[in-house]
Write a protein that binds this ligand. Structure first.
Ligand SMILES: Nc1nc2c(ncn2[C@@H]2O[C@H](COP(=O)(O)OP(=O)(O)OP(=O)(O)O)[C@@H](O)[C@H]2O)c(=O)[nH]1
Ligand SMILES: [Mg+2]
Length: 333
């Protein structure tokens, strides 16, 4: 089942909902139509071979991003992939030689300065991927400190730093392949990498970032490994994206549940993803609708009271098809 369908289902249910007056129904219907057309633009960058393409393919319903086999960078200039509602820009980072670096830095700066048709920054989020298996992350810190942060014009929330290939950080040692998770020695090592990344960016720019670590995993003819902490990565992507655009992601996320199941369990990421997206749908759908008194608690019930009574009429209407929506979330996450 694709998420596209549940926005249509939701629109149908709203047209039939007797509790809503016509004006409210029309407003919600228009909002849902707009939601279906909303695009979210993601810029993904990082050194050659850090795993940009692998991360794109793991997160989203696509295998369009070509995963490299050799040492030649597969991403020469900014690549562009259009999914249903997500537009992905895949740009090389620094480290491909002086001339290439200047070109890449210029491309990234220009992309981050681009405005959409509303005069808002085009790029909703820039995801910088560090190669966790690399001992020298100097060029990546340079990319973040000297290219990306200056181009963000103070909007640092648009930046997410993530350390990939967590499984290879100690050359493959202390990775529990059976459980697909790091052993305590590796956890400690990765946490230190997070801390030093945070510190180095802070020292260079004064900006606080909260890096996370994960593994995009791989698929080869003879061997495959599922991702680790991919749901954590998605939750952080959502948290770094404007609330009204969070619902947009769900239409393109990878529906293979195997992708999402292994993580550090520090939070219930999958539940938080569901809540974040449902809140975004609810708020997006109800924006501007005069729902005075027509309160409902269906979404709240669906989420086991997690929204703390905040769900209003749209929550009840969503409740009409909410079983289907929540079923979708349950099947993926
Ligand atoms: N062990 C392991 N390998 C990974 C992981 N993520 C990516 N890889 C491998 O790293 C290599 C490079 O991955 P890509 O996804 O092509 O990296 P990229 O950043 O897109 O590379 P370019 O486009 O060439 O800049 C491939 O062989 C991937 O299978 C991971 O989490 N763990
Ligand atoms: Mg690539």
């Amino acid at each position: 089942m694709k998420a596209q369908h549940f926005i249509d289902d939701l629109a149908d249910a709203i047209q039939k909902d007797a509790h809503l007056d016509e004006a409210a129904r029309n407003t919600i219907y228009r909002n849902l139509a707009r939601l279906k057309d909303t695009k979210v633009n993601l810029l993904i960058t990082g050194a050659t071979g850090c795993g940009k393409s692998s991360t794109i393919n793991a997160l989203f319903n696509t295998d369009k991003a070509k995963v490299g086999q050799g040492v030649d960078p597969e991403t020469m200039e900014i690549g562009r992939y259009e999914l249903d509602n997500i537009v992905l820009f895949d740009s090389p980072g620094l480290g491909d030689g002086k001339e290439a670096d200047i070109r890449h830095a210029r491309n990234i700066t220009a992309k981050l300065a681009e405005l959409d048709e509303h005069g808002e920054p085009l790029i909703d989020l820039v995801l910088v991927i560090l190669d966790g298996s690399s001992r020298d992350l100097g060029t990546s810190f340079e990319l973040i400190s000297q290219v990306i942060i200056p181009a963000l014009n103070g909007e640092h929330k648009r930046l997410l730093v993530a350390i990939n290939q967590a499984d290879m950080a100690m050359k493959g040692r202390h990775w529990d392949k059976g459980r697909n998770q790091p052993e305590p020695e590796l956890v400690k090592f990765l946490e230190e990498k997070v801390t030093s990344t945070k510190r180095r960016i802070k020292e260079a720019t004064g900006v606080d970032v909260e890096p996370i670590y994960y593994a995009a995993g791989y698929k080869e003819a003879s061997d495959a490994q599922n991702p680790y902490n991919l749901s954590k990565l998605l939750l952080h992507i959502l948290r770094h994206t404007k609330a009204q655009k969070r619902a947009v992601f769900i239409q393109d996320v990878n529906v293979d549940e195997q992708m999402w199941k292994d993580d550090d369990r520090l939070e219930d990421y999958r539940k938080e993803i569901s809540i974040s997206v449902l809140e975004s749908i609810r708020d997006g759908a109800s924006a501007g609708a005069d729902l005075g008194g027509q309160a409902g608690k269906a979404i709240d019930r669906l989420l086991g009271g997690r929204l703390g009574g905040a769900a209003e009429a749209v929550g009840r209407v969503i409740g009409g098809v909410g079983g289907a929506i929540f079923g979708l979330f349950k099947s993926i996450f």
